[in-house]
Ligand binder design. Structure first.
Ligand code: SAM
Length: 249
């Protein structure tokens, strides 16, 4: 059964961090889907959250009027029109035009129950980062934790880089301070693999909270480098648009 969203998430859906990670997710899924031709994209989302969330008019208005990332906005529109905001699995499915094989996990059983039975395979893992120990060659793994994994961020990055022959990996990090941003940048530089990093500096508000936001994309090593560089350009545009939104009216 698909439940409406709830008040148990620790942030306001549709915040600047969501726009960053979901803007990137839509671009990456569309890119990978084009490469797969007609074959379904195998997608793992192990901090999957809910299928959709309740949002107020202000969130919908900001996206419609001021967030100029057109595909993302088009995919969200049917949700915004009924006071909702699509979560990552729902958005990935739409971006893949239905051609998605989703494997999901969340430590909150209510989140898992928000998906129709048969819509996604529920993974038998204990915690979202366990997916990085799997030998399964997913096309894309999305890791979207709260800030709890800050202490293990370097390990998560290293494991993601170590399996980049098997999968592309997208990771989202809420970042509390400028210093943490520096630590993350250094850790990404030291990975020694081709990857893209995006930051949004959040001035802070009731809707957007106090965290800054970082996202890292590690493309699978089998992907064409020239094509990947083109994708990086699209991701940079999304980041710039979120930063423009953060910067003011
Ligand atoms: C930021 S939310 C995910 C949002 C979701 N990806 C989306 O975009 O709609 C983080 C999720 O991680 C879940 N979570 C927290 N600790 C976890 C863990 N160790 N393993 C898996 N899920 C966890 C929470 O229940 C929450 O739903």
């Amino acid at each position: 059964m698909r439940e409406s969203s709830e008040s148990k998430v620790r942030y306001n859906p549709g915040n600047l961090g969501d726009l960053l990670k979901h803007g990137w997710l839509v671009e990456i899924v569309r890119f990978l889907r084009r490469l797969k031709g007609g074959e379904p994209l195998h997608y793992a989302d192990t901090f999957c959250g809910f299928a959709e969330y309740d949002v107020g008019d202000e969130v919908a208005r900001r996206i419609r009027d001021r967030f100029h990332v057109l595909t993302f906005r088009r995919l969200q529109e049917t949700f915004l029109a009924r006071g909702k905001y699509a979560g990552s699995v729902t958005l990935a499915r739409l971006a893949a035009e239905g051609n998605l094989r989703a494997s999901i996990f969340d430590s909150n059983p209510e989140a898992l129950a928000s998906f129709h039975s048969g819509e996604a395979e529920i993974l038998e893992i204990r915690s979202g980062c366990d997916i990085l120990d799997s030998k399964e060659p997913y096309d894309l793994i999305f890791l979207d934790p709260y800030d709890d994994i800050r202490d293990v961020a370097q390990l998560v990055l290293a494991k993601s880089a170590a399996r980049h022959r098997l999968s592309s990996v997208l990771i989202f990090f809420p970042v509390k301070t400028e210093a943490q941003r520096g630590v993350l940048t250094t850790a990404v530089d030291r990975l020694g693999v081709n990857c893209q990093l995006g930051f949004v500096m959040n001035p802070g508000s009731l809707q957007d909270g106090r965290y800054h936001f970082a996202t890292v994309f590690l493309p699978g090593s089998s992907l064409n480098l020239g094509a990947v560089l083109g994708l990086f350009g699209e991701l940079n545009i999304v980041t710039a648009r979120v930063n423009a939104l953060a910067a003011g009216p």
